[in-house]
Design a binder for this molecule. Structure first.
Ligand code: CTP
Ligand code: CA
Length: 227
């Protein structure tokens, strides 16, 4: 499973990747977020860049650096900003990989002043964010669209459902409850599913190695590949 990075087998391809969490602001000092650190998305961006792709990496708030001249990084904070950034690059992309952990809800009211504590409980009303990936599935022309799914149970069943419902070409399913997989780790365990290749297990490996494995599977399905 050694990959020779001198092979520029993604040269000429425009790849759009989202990574990391989003932050949904409550007031000037507080926000809702999740445990995503962006490592899987950054590994994918670096792997694609090393293989010659021209990569746009839309990143939520993470403490990582993207180390490759082929990577153009766009930093965003909220799900809404990620939606705008992704859509502004979508048309001209050949391959889109949405590994970001986008917030499903945001506070309905964003306070301009710091909220002061009061006696008793606090209820914050939340509203849905837009589903970026689903909107890409609807807008898709020739782009190869890859989603991610983070699950704690019934991972494969939920993943298959997301592949269908969001009109994806492939999905990478993470069972975040498994040791060695998911948020913050340098390793991952996942399953790749596409209509053409079926289900492929991606065994425990570094996120960088897994990124190359994911690209190898995607490559077999891109137009023009000899398989
Ligand atoms: N996603 C997105 N925009 C959202 C929510 C999710 O683009 N507002 C994308 C993620 O980037 C990921 C995929 O959808 O590629 C699946 O995310 P996940 O949270 O696993 O699924 P959801 O569709 O949000 O369903 P749920 O959280 O209820 O399992
Ligand atoms: Ca979600």
């Amino acid at each position: 499973r050694v990959y020779l990075s001198r092979e520029k087998d993604f040269a000429g391809l425009k790849v759009l990747i989202s990574a990391g969490p989003t932050r949904e602001v409550i007031d000037p000092v507080r926000f809702f977020t999740n445990h995503s650190t962006g490592k899987m998305g950054f590994a994918l961006a670096e792997a694609a860049a090393e293989r010659g792709a021209s990569v746009t990496l839309v990143a939520g708030p993470v403490s990582l650096t993207a180390n490759h001249p082929n990577i153009t990084r766009v930093d965003v904070t909220t799900a809404e900003e990620m939606y705008e950034a992704i859509h502004s690059h979508f048309k001209q992309s050949d391959l889109v990989i949405k590994s970001a952990a986008v917030a499903d809800y945001r506070p309905k009211i964003r306070s301009n002043e710091k909220m002061k504590k009061q006696p008793g409980n606090l209820t914050i009303e939340m509203e849905r964010t837009r589903d970026i990936l689903k909107s890409l599935g609807e807008a898709k022309q020739n782009q190869f669209l890859v989603g991610f799914a983070a699950e704690t149970s019934n991972a494969l069943a939920y993943g298959r459902e997301k592949l269908q419902k969001k009109n994806l070409d492939a999905i990478v399913i993470n069972n975040v409850a498994e040791p060695g997989a998911g948020f913050g780790h340098d390793t991952n365990i996942a399953t790749f599913i596409s209509k053409e290749l079926g289900e492929k297990n991606l065994p425990l490996s570094s996120k960088k190695m897994m990124a190359h494995d994911i690209l190898n599977l995607i490559k077999r399905e891109l137009p023009g590949d000899t398989k």
